[in-house]
Design a binder for this molecule. Sequence first.
Ligand code: ZN
Length: 438
Amino acid sequence: MAPIHRKPPQLQATLLANIGQLLTLRSSSGKPGVTESGPRRGAQLKDLGIIEDAAVLCLGGTITSVGKTKDALRDPWLKKNRRKVIEIDCKGKVVLPGFVDSHTHPVFVSPRLVDFEKRIEGASYEELAAAGGGIRSSLEGVRKAGTLALAEGILTALHEMQTYGTSTVEAKSGYGLTVASEIKSLEAIRLAASQWSGTVISTLLGAHVVPKEFQGCSQKYVETVCTEMIPRAARRKLAQFVDVFCDKGAFSPDEAEQIFAAAARHGLQVRAHVGQLSETRLSPFLRFSPASFDHMDHVNDDDIAQLAKRDTVATLVPGANYFLGLKEYPNARRLIDAGVPVALATDYNPGTSPTISMPMAMSLACTHMKMTPAEAVAAATINGAWALRLAERKGSIEPGKDADLAIFAVDDYREIPYWFGTNHCTATLLNGAMSGMV
Ligand SMILES: [Zn+2]
């Protein structure tokens, strides 16, 4: 087993200059440093704050100035310190905020190739689960694996993600489903995160499905989640969020509420998988102010009207619909047109969405959910940051925010979702640390 790599040392001042198209996603007020009042909705999703022939200066992991190249070069600090600054010529390139992948399940050991084949031969999601496939088939590997082995798998995924422009990742546990293996999974996330230059937000998904040992007595398992997993994860600061898969074949709304209440008691924020397989009433959950409702394939008009008034983000993961070969995708237009803030994420996981590519998720959003390329960019950056409650630091290119930038070798940002399946990201800045070849 290869040892885990160290984080790169010392951050140098970096100037990205002559940028063909800089997508700042700056706050709608247009004033630098002004914090947005909420996630982007409706027409705001199309406002990318594009600057041509632009420059971005980053110092010590923070963005310090953003503007036209000619103005940046007149900056007195830069004039004095030019020799100390790494200068990157981004002529003919697009620079945008590093993607915020706000929904991933990276703690697993093996791909689920049998499920993949069986599904091609016609088995449904429920049939695979009944035959011992699905989420439960990933449990054995995770339960047996050591923390270091799990961390290596996560770190490999994080490194791969950064090559596609991702700089912030939400990572869930959820393939252990015992107290010990869920805590081990969160420890593995923490270990991998400590070795990566980007930012990782961890989520306890102990309530992913009811494990075999608790079949027929799911309430007992819910109690384990509430009285053991959540308190332990909170005490050791191993998770920022608690997630629940609330759907048919997983946890009931009543069970989800119990889990949210336990999370709130222990100071953890909540998010939920809802409406993937069937409609779930969302209103009982709103009192917990969830950061995000994810999937949202099935949602009713009343809930949409409620969400339009709140900052809870609808996180859409079209990679899962694609990989499952579904004809239907979440109705992004209905959500956006009603004023619900939407984000895009990969849902990276071994069963239903084995992709780390945010550009692929954006491409699917454009072609199958009728989101425009601009909406897809905003959903993959600033609204992803909102979905993780990180919008003060992430998701846009503005002075004072973290130096998370993705550089794409394309002339026009619309090419990012257009060239599907091809990676045009040439470099990523993660909290000021450069990776990739410019
Ligand atoms: Zn998921």
